[in-house]
Design a protein around this ligand. Structure first.
Ligand code: PLP
Length: 330
């Protein structure tokens, strides 16, 4: 992998289906358009932003394998997506021509896994793993099963949201062969929960695969308690458990998407008073510079300074995250 550039940009690309969910093609007006169409602000790169804000590359143990957390590893199986999210945090990799994982890279990643028996869960990510063909996915799953038949596999994908027709019977049959396979999707707005989405998700669940959702808190898309309430309840109704709500990562050119942490905490308080505990995700942030994921709450937010928040990880280390208060924002 190339070393992280501060400004790696993300290609433009979407599906007719997903673009059709936008009521307007103005990214300043519409929550779907905002996720699809590039805005000029993407070219304003702040000094603390990076194309690799969560420091994937510090934790590479093979070309396509990131081992950051004790018992789980993340494999970058493909750099392509059906829709390139304008808020993408993996800009050093996504859509940058690394392509699909090669047989040599897969075999190197499997060798690295075999040497670390504490790993028992493999996240397949990228890019979008379900942009691979069925045969290629099957090859990857088989290779992992050969290393350890008991691996828990987590597929991170936006396909049910942006290209639901890709969820074919054949695909779910092949995924269902692997026991302990989970799917983690990213729905960010209730308008993404269409009948086509429901059909795709029902098919995944019928094959015995549980689903979680990781939403990203995005200004102008879902930074509103009513929108989030509708999103999380809608997910539950479809059998998808809201897992994380992520504070925006410090990814290059994404300032216009980030809300303040105060605002995020307020949203969570409002939601807690209004919706089922099952519908509540964990509000979390990936600490800048590779500190890892922590929940955001009144214990981990140690201090608010004029321009910075001071956050604390589980080991008590302190990290600074910028406080980017804008006009009209609390
Ligand atoms: C987010 C992430 C995981 C999974 O973290 P969970 O808290 O278990 O969801 C694993 N590996 C990497 C590199 C990650 O970024």
């Amino acid at each position: 992998m190339e070393p992280a550039r501060s400004s790696a940009s993300i290609p433009y690309g979407t599906t007719a289906y997903y673009a059709g969910l936008a009521a307007s093609d103005d990214p300043n007006q519409d929550p779907i358009a905002a996720q699809i169409y590039p805005r000029p602000q993407e070219h304003s790169i702040l000094p603390y932003e990076s194309s690799d804000p969560i420091a994937d590359q510090q934790y590479l143990i093979a070309e396509r394998l990131i081992h950051h957390y004790h018992d789980r590893a993340l494999m970058l199986v493909n750099d392509r997506c059906a829709t390139y999210c304008r808020h993408c945090f993996r800009r050093h990799f996504t859509g940058n021509d690394s392509g699909r994982i090669t047989p040599a890279q897969l075999s190197a990643a499997c060798d690295a896994l075999a040497s670390r028996p504490q790993i028992n869960e493999i996240l397949l990510s990228g890019g979008d793993p379900l942009m691979l063909g069925d045969d290629e996915l099957e090859r990857i799953l088989r290779a992992l099963r050969e290393v350890n038949p008991d691996y828990i596999i987590r597929i991170a994908t936006r396909i049910p949201i942006v290209l639901p027709r890709r969820i074919t019977e054949r695909l779910t049959r092949l995924l269902a062969i692997q026991p302990g396979l989970w799917m983690v999707i990213q729905a960010n707005h209730p308008r993404e929960l269409t009948p086509e989405f429901s059909t795709a998700v029902a098919r995944i669940r019928q094959s015995g695969i549980p689903l979680l959702n990781q939403a990203v808190l995005l200004r102008g898309v879902n930074d509103d308690a009513v929108v989030l309430e509708e999103l999380f309840k809608g997910l539950l109704r479809n059998g998808v458990k809201p897992y994380y709500l992520f504070q925006g990562d410090l990814a290059s050119g994404t300032r216009h998407f980030r809300t303040s942490i105060e605002h995020g905490l307020q949203l969570m308080d409002t939601l807690r008073s209004r919706i089922s505990g099952m519908a509540l995700p964990v509000y979390a942030v990936d600490l800048p510079g590779g500190g890892g994921k922590i929940p955001l709450n009144r214990e981990t937010l140690v201090r608010t300074e004029k321009n910075w928040y001071v956050l604390q990880d589980l080991a008590g280390n302190h990290y600074r995250y910028p406080r980017e208060i804008q006009k009209g924002e609390t």
